[in-house]
Design a protein around this ligand. Sequence first.
Ligand code: MTE
Ligand code: MO
Length: 357
Amino acid sequence: MKLAGTGRGGIVKPTPDHLFTLHEAGAETRWAAMAGQGYHTPNDRFFVRDHTSSPVIDAATWRLRLHGPGLERSLSLTHDELLALPSRTIDAALECAGNGRALYATQQHERAPGAQWGLGAIGVARWRGVPLRDLLERAGLRPDAVDVLATGLDPVYVHEGRDLGHVRRPLPVAKAVDDVLVAYEMNDEPLPPDHGFPARLIVPGWVGIASIKWLGEIEVATTALSTPWNTIFYPDVTEMPVKSAFELDWNATLTAGRPYVLRGRSWSGHGRIVRVEVSVDGGATWRLAEHHGAHLAGAWLPWHVRWTPLREGPHLLLARATDETGATQPDRAERHPHGYHFDAVVRHPVLVSEGRR
Ligand SMILES: Nc1nc2c(c(=O)[nH]1)N[C@H]1C(S)=C(S)[C@@H](COP(=O)(O)O)O[C@H]1N2
Ligand SMILES: [Mo]
């Protein structure tokens, strides 16, 4: 029995306005809702991106099927069988390719088509599950295997009147056997329905679409595969670029003369963040941010700077991170036909109001 989410936007969990901004494509985490949180994004405020709606799947009758010419034999696993296998736990970011898309319009005056996400289509969670490599090896991964295609059990996706079938995207076998997880726990809880219960892929460092939710089957092919999700949508996108965000609402109000600790987080799909610089004067001067908390590659780096705003009126806060590969955030993101990979330094507006006299 499969039910669909009946909450806002087909999402099962509550998506209150103080935690989320709703788009047609999903629910975006409000960065102000990350203020005061720990290293991980709590499940109640983790962004949701559904092509249709979140299915509610009965684990008792669910099966994960592995098959295809790239395997010696097919495999069918029950939920209990999956949970009984040796597990691994990783802290990893999950980010939509279109995260920050709205900034192509607001900051660069070249609107990109698609959901106008701010910077909140990103989250970091502790994922527990079975390495995909282990499942592929159980099924006898053949040396001539090329692509691994995971398919979701959510409703079929209809785009411009055409039924494109279930959400599915091929993954090169080299990545599939490297660090991909078939996850069944998120932040020490069973995977919530919106995030892929009973099991989903977690593909560290790669665009969110690679991390297929509500896994039904995994096909292993000996030729390169194409689906709408690597041709029409998300062609040629793999690792996510460097980005940074302040744990503040857009147009947050601060009080003149009061000391603040401005907090934020930076992340990169290529590796560890090694440096974060912050400007509180629209980019005229910069200083190094201090790090706090954990610092994990593949997740994010929390940082802070102290600031006592003196002048009343609008201000622009900027943060610029650099990762261990030397990748950093440019002043202007390269134009992208789908509005993916907005990696420019974001100019975050805040309003400083008069302090008490
Ligand atoms: N089956 C299925 N998997 C999916 C999707 C989907 O709609 N259906 N959306 C993808 C996209 S575009 C993103 S960004 C991530 C979002 O994961 P989340 O909703 O758990 O944050 O899931 C990916 N996996
Ligand atoms: Mo996405």
